[in-house]
Structures are given as structure tokens and as C-alpha cells.
Design a protein around this ligand. Structure first.
Ligand code: IFM
Length: 761
């Protein structure tokens, strides 16, 4: 039987980090973080950390940021401005070791070797170290950490250690550190703790059962306090002590709920089967997820590993069983953006989940349905109708964007995105529509999706105001290009708004044709009159789009073309974002674009760019983009791949997929999952040219010559399809479900269950 604590041999599945470096440590902990969509845990070292209570001490600080998170566990700390943030929960991975009365501390003695390896195939974090203490004792250890994909309430740690000599007094302590950082203890028992948040009385319970064995002998711990186990022993050279710790966690969402019984039940489940069975079930669950969502790429090992990394974090971020949470901008891997949910989820992540894990996509869209009241309140608050989603959303759906932050120069900067970045409304509608078209989940459409599309369309129709020129304008917004604030008629915003209204009108038609009773019930519930529908039609025809019919070029917003042109090539060697290099005010006066904006529109709505105008717009805006956000490169890769510019697409794809694999301080606050989602899109929707939103799904590959084979699976309306392709041919196999059409290039084929269609690419 393979050693559970040894990594897989294939490097394509491994992300390894050796040593410890104060400068990069926090980013490494994000990169190698584990998550199962319910719990998240950064990859901080379990042993020899020493005290970590100091958060910030000027220029002397702990680089390590040990944190565990629970999805949806938000409270509002006493920050200025006060915004809800994910509350860190007790870190159950910590192990303290004392040798002859001296604590083992990484900063003392000599760490002869240390590594952390993410084994992505198995979904485990493996660590190892050899440490010589100031007293000359050599300690060797390995550790495995797991957040179960099979049973999301369960976490597991297995730690083995040995000494190079006899006769040392060894003291091993397994504890729950950081408990109490953001939560008040409500109940502390020997094997169970429960805490509640201070402000809103959400709660978490954690139950734990550790066992320490030497050979077949179980060593009994001392139990000085709740949730603390201490084992004393006298060493024998090379004798291995093995600690396994099973942890069960549950969340309570209201002051009335007691999460403790659920945590106790989960612990009993875990204990009854033991850690090896927990691990086996977890690995089997990951195997299923890799089969459903993995990408196989022959011809570029480095990119294959980066794509595995993307799919690993995308998979870990989701929880199909919880409709009350969605994926934050850094998932459950770091504190940046406080765990808030942005448009990142709908535009950058949902295409992945919709195609390979529709149950997870549905749960995230239901989160938007449950937070509709917050979106309605935001629209009403600015004098509009319908629903405008929060630019940053936490648990309730109310706007949580801070209204100011402190800039690098110590001055307050007003943050306008929460008020002005309103395209989030149509981004959510877009994801709903794409999910419904790709899955055929009519139940979701009828019970939630249609209402989201109608309410967001209603917002836009009330927001697009008729002016003297006979056009409807949407003024005072921020588009995806956040370098330019308070602009009028952003092309992305307005074209997406028009699309949102058009789809809402189509929803009404479809509802009336197929489900007249539900159509009547929904229009009654929303008090939607014929007059209002007529106004929507009017809005859709009159909204300003910024399109110049003569050239096919969209103007990013009114007046953009008149701004100063800056040649980015002159700044090619910069190491800082362009707005830092030339200053915020000057950036605002230029045509420099922060991230895919009109280019994002080409990615989302290719039909808005007929007759070669996708190329016209891409060639115009790509050189103006400074890629000041991790969201940018992936969508540029997607559009370049669709246009057949393989070299440029590959360059952007590598940039997107590897952004958190290379040393980058921005990763310290958590992995930037939107960029990873965009990398997946660039491969599947870009290079492979997949389109699942139509009644006839389509594939039109344009692969780089060095890719010998690209293969992945997707789901479409209850079917599972395996697709494999190279530069000249495509193979499509319908693995499950009814016969279906598939367009490959310009030919429509019929896939039969179990059969493979071969076609020219
Ligand atoms: O949503 C993004 C935004 O588009 C650019 N800044 C970061 C946000 C969170 O990822």
C-alpha cells in the first residue's frame, strides 16, 4: 500500500515549496491552501511556529498568516469603515513540540530541510522537515492535511515524527490555536468547542478526536484544558510517533441555532471509520471531480500543471450543498477583500461550474436569489426599480463595499465602486441565463432564475434615462475598467444592460408560451404590467451603446477616444501597476485600461461584434490595457484564441494560469480565483471554442501547434460528453444521457449514447 504521506510521483499534480522565506511565506500559504467549499485552511506550518499573536509591528512582522475560514461566517469587525468580513475560526492544525523542556521553534537551531507540497490529484497538503535544535537533537517529521471533499464537515491531520536519539523528554501538544480571535466561546468541553460571533451571533462548533500511536500502542494524552491534548514520552532513536487528528465542524446561522450536535455527529461518523477511510473517501471524491472537471493537455507540461492548479482551486472553492454562500474574490484562502463576492463569481467562475459541476453553479446562483431582497433595497435606495446587486456582497446581500480605504500615502481614498459599478446586475443575469440554457434546469428557471433576470432588467430600464437626444443614457457608472470612475454610457455596462432587458423580454415570451400559469403568477408577484414591458422594449432600442457603425468600434465610454493615448511599450519594464507609476489622476486622463472591458464584452457577447468587429475592437483595446488586475489576462487569452491569434492567446493564458504560481506579493491575501476561472475559459471556450448556451452546442477548436492533444468533459442538459481534440481532428463521446446534437466546425453531428463521433477540427 502506498504511503499516505508521500506525494504522487507525477510532477503535473504537484506544487512544491521548499523552505521558509519571510517575504514570500504569506503567498505560499495562499497558493498551497486547502478548501472544500465549506472550510478553508491556509498552508501555514503546523509545528515550530512559536507564538503568532502579533498581527502587525511596523517593519517587524510575522510573515506567516495562519488562518482557517468557514464559508458564510461573516461578522462586522470594528474597522473604519465597518464592513462585514469573514471571521477566522480556530486553527486546528497547530502542534507544539517540546524537547527536554525547550520548545521547537523554526527560528532556533537549524532547519536542515523543509518542504510543503500540494498533491492536487489527491487534494492533500503534505509537509516534511528536518530540524536540528540548539541542543543538537535532530527531529524529522512529515504531515498530511485534508479538508474532506466527501464529507465537508471533516478535516484530518496526520503527523509523524521521530528523533535521532534515545532519552529525550518529548512533549507533543495538539491544540486549537487562534480560538477567540474573532469569536466568543459559547461552550468548551473536552472534545468540543462552540463559539459565536460578537456582532451577529452566528456560530461554529468544532469537535475533535486526536490519537497518538507509537507502533501499535495508543499513548494516552493528558487533558489539561478543553480542546488540548498533551502526550509525554521518552524518545527512542528513530521510533516514529504518529498523531492523527479528526476534526468535525459545523456552522449555525442564527442566534437560535446550536451547531454542536451536528459537529458531534460528524465526528462520530469520522471516528467510526477512522482516518484511512476518511482519506480514501476524500481521494475518491477528488478522483470524481478530476474526471468531471479536469483538463488533459499533451504538449505543454508546465501549462498542464498550471491548469491543474486552476481546476484544483476552482473545485475546492465550491459547495453544491450550500445555497447561502458563494465564492469570494480570494475563495477561502486569504483575507483580502474580506471574503466578499464580486462579479468575479458570475463572469469568471460560473462558466466552469456550469459546464463541469452544474450542482455547484446552481447553489451559487441560488445565493443570488436569496440575496435578491438586498439587491432590491440597493436599487430602491438610488431611486430605481428592480434589483441592483451589491458590488461586494457577503451573507445578507446588502452592499458591503467599503466607502473609503487608506491609500499608500496614508490619505483616505473614496471608493466609488459600491455606488457606481452597477454592471454586476447584468453579470448575475448573464450567469443565470447561461446556466439555464446549458443545463435545461427549468425548475431553477421557474423558481428563481426568471425572477432574477426580470428584476435586473427592470433595474436597467429605470436606470437608462431618456434624454433630449431621444436616446436612453446610463450616466455616472464605473465599467470593468476601474481606472476611469464616474463615466457616462460605458459600452460594457450599456450593452450588457440592453442584453439583460432583451433576455428578460424573451423570458416573458418563453414563460407565457410554455408555462402560462407560472408566467401569470410571476408577473403578478412582480406587478409587471404591459406598459412596463413596453418601456423595456423602448429602453432596449434606445440605449446608447457607443458603437460607431462606420468603424465597428465601441467607445469604452463617452469621451474615451479624446483622452491621452499612452504607449505602454514605453513602460514595459515597470514592476508596479501603471496607475502607481504615472499616478492615479494622470491615469484617469489617459486611454489606459485597467483590465478587459470592451474585451470582456467581446468574450461575453460575441454576437454584439458581427462582421469582423471583434477583431477591430480587440486590436484597438488590447494595446491600451495595462492588466492592472488578475482578471484581465484570461479574458484576453479567450478572445485572442477565438480570433485565432494563438501566440498572443498562449502568452495571456500562461500569465493567467500562473499568476499565483509565481512569486507575487498580491497572492499573499489569497489566491485570485477569478483569474484561474478565466484561464479555464481561455482553454475550453477559447482554444476549444466550446459554446454550451445554444440549443445546438458547438465546438470549433483552434489549438496551438504544440498541443498534441486537449481533452476534457462537459455536461449539457443532463448529458455527459467527453471531448478530445488535436490540431486536425475532434472526438466526441456521449458518455451519459439521451442523443444530442453537436456542431463541430460547421457540421452538426448527432451524438448517440456510448458512441464516439470523429470529425475534422
Ligand atoms: O472584481 C474585481 C475587480 O474587477 C477588479 N479588482 C478586484 C475585484 C475583486 O477580484
Amino acid at each position: 500500500m502506498p504511503d499516505a504521506l508521500a506525494p504522487t510521483s507525477d510532477p503535473a499534480w504537484l506544487v512544491r515549496h521548499d523552505g521558509y522565506n519571510i517575504v514570500t511565506e504569506s503567498a505560499v500559504e495562499s497558493r498551497l491552501a486547502l478548501s472544500n467549499g465549506f472550510m478553508g485552511m491556509r498552508a501555514s506550518r503546523a509545528v515550530s511556529r512559536g507564538p503568532t499573536w502579533a498581527g502587525w509591528l511596523g517593519f517587524i512582522r510575522w510573515a506567516s498568516w495562519p488562518r482557517c475560514y468557514i464559508a458564510g461566517l461573516f461578522d462586522t469587525p470594528n474597522t473604519d469603515p465597518p464592513v462585514p468580513a469573514l471571521v477566522p475560526v480556530a486553527d486546528w492544525s497547530r502542534v507544539r513540540i517540546t524537547l527536554d523542556g525547550e520548545p521547537l521553534l523554526a527560528r532556533e537551531g537549524q532547519v536542515l530541510a523543509s518542504y510543503r507540497t500540494l498533491d492536487m490529484r489527491r487534494g492533500v497538503l503534505l509537509s516534511g522537515w528536518t530540524h536540528r535544535t540548539p541542543a543538537g537533537i535532530t527531529v524529522t517529521g512529515t504531515e498530511m492535511r485534508v479538508l474532506s471533499q466527501a464529507d465537508r464537515a471533516l478535516g484530518l491531520q496526520v503527523l509523524r515524527m521521530s528523533l535521532d536519539r534515545d532519552g529525550v523528554d518529548v512533549h507533543i501538544e495538539a491544540s486549537f490555536s487562534m480560538a477567540g480571535v474573532g469569536m466568543e466561546p459559547a461552550r468548551l468541553e473536552p472534545d468540543l468547542g462552540a463559539w459565536h460571533t460578537e456582532g451577529n451571533y452566528k456560530s461554529v462548533a468544532m469537535a475533535c478526536a486526536p490519537t497518538l500511536r507509537i507502533g501499535d500502542t495508543v499513548v494516552q494524552p493528558a487533558r489539561p484544558f478543553p480542546l488540548r491534548w498533551t502526550w509525554y514520552m521518552r524518545s527512542q532513536a528513530d521510533q516514529v510517533a504518529e498523531l492523527d487528528r479528526i476534526v468535525a465542524v459545523s456552522r449555525g446561522d442564527s442566534p437560535m441555532s446550536d451547531p454542536a450536535p451536528e459537529a458531534s455527529d460528524a465526528l462520530s461518523r469520522g471516528r467510526s471509520v477512522g482516518w484511512r477511510a476518511i482519506l480514501a473517501a476524500h481521494e475518491a471524491a477528488w478522483q470524481d471531480r478530476w474526471a468531471a472537471g479536469g483538463i488533459e493537455l499533451d504538449g505543454d507540461d508546465d501549462l498542464q500543471r498550471a491548469l491543474n492548479f486552476a481546476v484544483f482551486h476552482l473545485t475546492g472553492a465550491a459547495n453544491p450543498d450550500d445555497e447561502r454562500v458563494s465564492v469570494g474574490a480570494r475563495a477561502l484562502t486569504g483575507d483580502a477583500y474580506f471574503g466578499h463576492v464580486f462579479w468575479d463569481t458570475e463572469v469568471y467562475l460560473l462558466p466552469f461550474y456550469t459546464a463541469v459541476w452544474p450542482e455547484a453553479a446552481r447553489a451559487m446562483l441560488m445565493y443570488r436569489y436569496h440575496t435578491l431582497p438586498g439587491a432590491r433595497a440597493k436599487a430602491t435606495g438610488i431611486g430605481c426599480k428592480g434589483a441592483l446587486y451589491a458590488w461586494e456582497s457577503a451573507d445578507t446581500g446588502m452592499e458591503t463595499t467599503p466607502d473609503h480605504v487608506v491609500g499608500p500615502d496614508g490619505k483616505l481614498i473614496e471608493v466609488l465602486t459600491g455606488k457606481m459599478e452597477q454592471h454586476i446586475a447584468s453579470d448575475v443575469a448573464y450567469a443565470v441565463w447561461c446556466y439555464w440554457r446549458a443545463t435545461g434546469d427549468d425548475d431553477f428557471f421557474l423558481s428563481a432564475g426568471a425572477e432574477i433576470i426580470l428584476e435586473t432588467a427592470r433595474f436597467w430600464a429605470s436606470r437608462a434615462v431618456l434624454e433630449a437626444d431621444g436616446r436612453r443614457h446610463i450616466r455616472h457608472v464605473i465599467g470593468p475598467d476601474e481606472y476611469h470612475e464616474d463615466v457616462d454610457d460605458s459600452a460594457f455596462t450599456n450593452v450588457m444592460a440592453r442584453w439583460n432587458i432583451e433576455r428578460a423580454l424573451e423570458c416573458v415570451d418563453r414563460l407565457r408560451a410554455r408555462w402560462p400559469d407560472q408566467a401569470a403568477a410571476l408577473t403578478k408577484k412582480l406587478d409587471l404590467s404591459e406598459a412596463e414591458l413596453a418601456d423595456w422594449r423602448d429602453a432596449a432600442t434606445r440605449i446608447v451603446t457607443g458603437l460607431d457603425p462606420a468603424t465597428g468600434l465601441y467607445e469604452e465610454f463617452e469621451g474615451f477616444h479624446k483622452l491621452e493615448y499612452v504607449d505602454l511599450a514605453a513602460y514595459a519594464d515597470r514592476t508596479m501597476p501603471i496607475d502607481v507609476v504615472i499616478g492615479r489622476e494622470r491615469t484617469q486622463r489617459t486611454q489606459l485600461v485597467k483590465q478587459a472591458d470592451v474585451v470582456a464584452l467581446i468574450a461575453l457577447l460575441p454576437e454584439a461584434f458581427p462582421d469582423g468587429t471583434a477583431e477591430t475592437n480587440f486590436r484597438h483595446y488590447e494595446p491600451r490595457c495595462a492588466h492592472g488586475s488578475s482578471l484581465s489576462a484570461g479574458l484576453h487569452a479567450l478572445v485572442a484564441a477565438r480570433l485565432g491569434d494563438k501566440d498572443m492567446a498562449l502568452r495571456f493564458l500562461r500569465q493567467a494560469a500562473k499568476a499565483d504560481l509565481i512569486d507575487n506579493p498580491a497572492t499573499a491575501g489569497g489566491i485570485r480565483i477569478a483569474g484561474l476561472g478565466a484561464a479555464w475559459q481561455a482553454v475550453v471556450l477559447g482554444f476549444a471554442g466550446l459554446d454550451l448556451a445554444s440549443d445546438i452546442p458547438a465546438l470549433s477548436p483552434k489549438l496551438p501547434p504544440e498541443w498534441r492533444r486537449l481533452a476534457f468533459r462537459v455536461q449539457w442538459r443532463g448529458r455527459r460528453i467527453a471531448l478530445a481534440m488535436n490540431g486536425s481532428a475532434v472526438q466526441a463521446t456521449l458518455e451519459a444521457g439521451e442523443p444530442m446534437p453537436l456542431r463541430i466546425g460547421s457540421t452538426v453531428h448527432t451524438l448517440q449514447p456510448g458512441a464516439t463521433v470523429q470529425a475534422a477540427a
